[in-house]
Write a protein that binds this ligand. Structure first.
Ligand code: DC
Length: 240
């Protein structure tokens, strides 16, 4: 494999992060979690005491954020100004607030540009992947950040399956209470996020994988097969 870029999009609860991370590890590629970049930006703005509805102040803060993202799939790292924020960016406080930053149209071009730079860096010999390439996942990677990536995949799953997965992840169970508590994080956030990126229908040339009825291992195998087929026969992918 020489310099492969794999773009994976989809709503929350489709298994996107787990699948991307696992395959990056298996294939010797870097892993870029772009959702985490929006989370880090949110952490930074709250840390500065900004009102997230002040679009201009938030966009200005994000333009100068000293964000460092590590792309090792075995140990992704997220720091701001040397401060490790990996744990804090997964808190409910950030999960609830992140859409306000991700839907800010002054923020997106800045983070999209940093994502393009991070992807380009992984095609260079001195990078984490040593030039082998990267799996980048998010909501607009197949369409805006890396529309020319040789492999582009949209992961989908029905709402019930996505809610159940997130409820198990967050609460260890998918009973009625856990499902209700998870609904905001899945349904409301995806509805907000879909106002600025289309991650529910595949753009031309993007392969859709529906994980609703697949186990994690089956979903990993399906996505692996799409990547391998495209890497072995790039023209087939272009023709899809
Ligand atoms: O995948 P996640 O839950 O970590 O994403 C965090 C937020 O960032 C979520 O509200 C969706 C948004 N996001 C986005 O708008 N564009 C991306 N490329 C990745 C994430």
């Amino acid at each position: 494999m020489t310099g492969l870029v794999v773009a994976i999009d989809g709503p929350s609860g489709t298994g996107k992060s787990t699948i991307s991370r696992r395959l990056a590890g298996e294939l010797g590629l870097a892993y870029l979690d772009t959702g985490a970049m929006y989370r880090v930006a949110t952490w930074w703005c709250l840390h500065l005491g900004l009102d997230l509805t002040d679009h201009e102040a938030v966009a200005a803060a994000v333009r100068t954020i000293p964000m460092e993202i590590g792309t090792d799939p075995a140990r992704p790292t997220f720091a701001v100004d040397g401060h490790d924020v990996a744990r804090e960016i997964r808190s409910t406080r950030i999960s609830t607030a992140v859409s306000a930053v991700a839907t800010n149209l002054g923020v997106r071009p800045e983070l999209q540009q940093r994502q393009r730079e991070a992807i380009a860096a992984e095609l260079q010999p001195g990078s984490f992947s040593g030039g082998r390439g990267v799996i980048a996942e998010g909501r607009d990677i197949t369409t805006v950040v890396a529309p020319d990536a040789p492999v582009r995949i949209l992961l989908l799953a029905d709402e019930e399956a996505r809610l159940q997965r997130r409820a198990r992840e967050l609460h260890g169970t998918a009973d009625a209470g856990a499902l209700a508590a998870t609904r905001d994080q899945v349904v409301r956030r995806d509805a907000d996020d879909s106002t600025v990126a289309n991650f529910t229908t595949a753009a031309d040339g993007v392969v859709t994988v529906d994980t609703s009825t697949l186990t994690l291992d089956e979903a990993v195998a399906t996505v692996r097969a799409v990547i391998t087929a495209a890497d072995e026969n790039p023209r087939t992918q272009e023709q899809q």
